[in-house]
Design a protein around this ligand. Structure first.
Ligand SMILES: Nc1ncnc2c1ncn2[C@@H]1O[C@H](COP(=O)(O)OP(=O)(O)OP(=O)(O)O)[C@@H](O)[C@H]1O
Ligand SMILES: [Mg+2]
Length: 285
C-alpha cells in the first residue's frame, strides 16, 4: 500500500499575486488561528488557482493535501472504501480523514463545482459549516482540527458556461477570491525567471500570445500555463514560432498571418525546414 503523506510544499520563488489578494490571504491566515476557515478561488483555466493554494501552504508553513472533487460520484467516496480482506469486509480510510484532522492543514478541494454526482458534496457540507464535524458510521465522529484552511477551486469563465454553478448554500460558506491571468509585464517576468530565457525573448512571446488572445476573428485563450510551456521550449533552443505551434492548437497559416501583423523581425517569423523528414532513431541528433 502507498504510504499516506501530507507534507509542506516547496515555495515557488517566482509566484506573483495581486496585492489585494495577498492581503485577503493574510487575513485568512489570521482568522484561521481562531477557527477553521474556507476560501473559494475562482478563475479561468491555468490562471494559477492550484499554485496559489500551494504557495499559501508553502509560505505559511502548512501541510497541503489536495482532493479532486470533480471525480466524486457518491457522498462517502472521499473518506474511504470497503475492501475484502481474507473473506472479511473491512473499511479502509483514505487520506481525507487524516487531512481534516491534521492541525493547520491546507485542504484543497479541486473542481468543487463539478462533482459527477450532486450528492457527492453532502458529506462536505457539515465540515465546512460552523460545527466542523461529520459522522461516519465507519469512522465515528470526525472533527476538523484547529487551524485547518479549506481552499476550494473552480473554473469559472465564459468558456465554462454549462458547468454547474456552485450551490448557493455551499458558496455561502466561503470567502471568495477571483483570479485572472497575470498582466503582461508580470507575465514577462514570470516567463524569464522561471525558464531562464532573456527578458527580450519573454517580451516577444507575450507580445505574440497577447495578439492571439485579442485576435478579433478567432481569439485563442492562452493561459499562463501555456505561455510558460512556450517559454520552456524556447529556453532549450526552439524558435518562438515553433514553440507556439506545438503548445497551442494553431495552424501555421493562422500564426503566420498574426506574425505579419506584428511586423516581426525575420529571425522569429522565418520558416524552418517545414516539411523536412528526418529519421527518429536516436535520443539526440
Ligand atoms: N501568478 C503567477 N505567478 C507565477 N506563476 C504562475 C502564476 N499563475 C500561474 N502560474 C504558473 O502557471 C501554471 C499553471 O498554474 P495552475 O496550475 O496553478 O493553474 P490552475 O488555475 O490551477 O489551472 P487549472 O484551471 O487547469 O486547474 C503553473 O506552472 C504556475 O506556476
Ligand atoms: Mg488547478
Amino acid at each position: 500500500m502507498v504510504e499516506k503523506k501530507i507534507i509542506i510544499p516547496e515555495k515557488d520563488p517566482f509566484f506573483y499575486v495581486e496585492s489585494d489578494t495577498l492581503r485577503v490571504l493574510r487575513r485568512v491566515e489570521e482568522i484561521s488561528k481562531k477557527h477553521p476557515v474556507n476560501v473559494l478561488i475562482s478563475g479561468r483555466q491555468g490562471c494559477g488557482k492550484s499554485s496559489i493554494v500551494r504557495q499559501y501552504a508553502a509560505v505559511f508553513n502548512r501541510p497541503l493535501a489536495t482532493f479532486q472533487i470533480g471525480i466524486l460520484s457518491e457522498p462517502g467516496q472521499l473518506y474511504g472504501e470497503h475492501v475484502l480482506e481474507n473473506g472479511e469486509t473491512k473499511y479502509r480510510s483514505y487520506l481525507f480523514p487524516d487531512a481534516i484532522q491534521t492541525p493547520n492543514c491546507v485542504v484543497h478541494l479541486e473542481e468543487i463545482n463539478r462533482p459527477e454526482h450532486p450528492k457527492a458534496l453532502n458529506m462536505l457540507f457539515s465540515l465546512l459549516a460552523e460545527d466542523r464535524q461529520v459522522w461516519m458510521d465507519e469512522l465515528g465522529l470526525l472533527n476538523v482540527a484547529d487551524g485547518v484552511v479549506f481552499f476550494a477551486t473552480m473554473n469559472e469563465g465564459e468558456e465554462y458556461i454549462g458547468t454547474e454553478t456552485l450551490d448557493p448554500a455551499l458558496r455561502d460558506r466561503f470567502y471568495t477570491v477571483l483570479m485572472d491571468y497575470i498582466p503582461s509585464d508580470v507575465e514577462v517576468e514570470v516567463l524569464a525567471q522561471k525558464t531562464g530565457i532573456s527578458k527580450e525573448t519573454a517580451q516577444e512571446i507575450v507580445r505574440i500570445v497577447n495578439r492571439l488572445r485579442d485576435h478579433s476573428d478567432s481569439p485563442i485563450d492562452v493561459s499562463t500555463r501555456t505561455s510558460l510551456m512556450i517559454a520552456e521550449m524556447v529556453a532549450i533552443g526552439a524558435t518562438v514560432r515553433e514553440a507556439i505551434i506545438y503548445s497551442l492548437q494553431i495552424n501555421r497559416e493562422h500564426l503566420e498571418s498574426i506574425l505579419l501583423t506584428l511586423h516581426l523581425e525575420r529571425g522569429i517569423a522565418e520558416v524552418q525546414n517545414a516539411n523536412e523528414y528526418v529519421r527518429f532513431v536516436e535520443p539526440h541528433d
